[in-house]
Design a binder for this molecule. Structure first.
Ligand code: FPP
Length: 257
């Protein structure tokens, strides 16, 4: 499928964001506030993932992308990393069955070579099993980093055409090699947990995304919080570099489609 680039063209602004990308932050602080071990926050975080996946499917979102584990998260204490790996495996086993039953397609992006063969197998199984589903696409960014993505895309591009004329390298030559080339750019980026950072998430694709930050910790983020983010999104005027006057009769933001 071909999607309009936000820098080469003007993508349609729809009433419901087509692609929502989320940094799920604040699990540790949620737990610490309750005198629980940090990992209890991650377990509750998985419950929040379930709720938000359901809510996005119900609202007609086409792509939901979740930052589950960054390239930098390996720096955490070993026991927290191994807990997150086990949680990831549990999710791939149990949740994928439910998502498949709901016509949800599961994809995983990131440098997967660093994961155990068992996790890599579960990822391949989850993707293969749900490949034919036509509803919401849930992308899990795992050992993902925006810089990693740009570099692997450049490597692939050069492997494909080693004699490439530098002048010929434009967006349309590079972008197809990005890990999420199958999806339109995120319309809405959400980060929970109070920090206002991109943290090496989708660097290329967030060029014109609307950014929404909330103090709410991820385990407390639910359908009602998602609706707050969507309401904020609908207030935004998506100009994509144009003037306000040029943004006449927006095809979506104030409409109903
Ligand atoms: C950030 O909170 C969260 C993570 C690093 C892990 C996210 C994982 C989940 C929500 C559960 C698993 C999800 C899937 C899709 C399998 P933090 O630990 O940085 O919180 P803090 O900033 O309060 O310390």
């Amino acid at each position: 499928m071909h999607h309009i680039s936000s820098t080469l063209g003007v993508p349609e602004a729809t009433y419901v964001p087509r692609h929502v990308a989320i940094i799920m932050d604040g699990n540790g602080r949620w737990a610490t506030q309750r005198h629980l071990p940090r990992v209890a926050g991650h377990s509750r975080g998985l419950d929040a993932v379930r709720a938000v996946v359901e809510a996005c499917a119900a609202r007609g979102v086409q792509y939901l992308t979740l930052f589950a584990f960054s390239s930098e998260n390996w720096r955490r204490p070993a026991d927290e990393v191994s807990f997150l790996m086990r949680l990831f495996m549990t999710a791939l086993r149990r949740e994928v069955v439910k998502m498949h039953a709901n016509n949800i397609r599961v994809r995983v992006v990131g440098d997967l070579a660093r994961f155990s063969p068992r996790i890599q197998q579960l990822i391949a199984d989850a993707e293969a099993r749900t490949a034919g589903n036509t509803g919401l696409t849930v992308t899990i960014a795992a050992n993902y980093g925006g810089r990693w993505d740009l570099l692997q895309a450049m490597r692939k591009m050069l492997q494909r055409s080693p004699m490439l004329d530098p002048e010929a390298v434009d967006e349309s030559v590079l972008a197809p090699h990005l890990a999420m080339a199958y999806a339109p750019e995120p319309d809405l980026f959400i980060r929970t947990g109070g920090e206002q950072r991109i943290s090496n998430f989708l660097l290329w694709q967030l060029a014109y995304s609307e950014l929404y930050f909330t103090e709410v910790f991820w385990p407390d983020f639910d359908a009602a919080e998602l609706d707050k983010a969507f309401a904020s999104y609908r207030q935004r005027e998506r100009r994509f570099g144009r003037t306000s006057a040029q943004v006449v009769a927006p095809s979506g933001l104030s409409g109903t489609a």
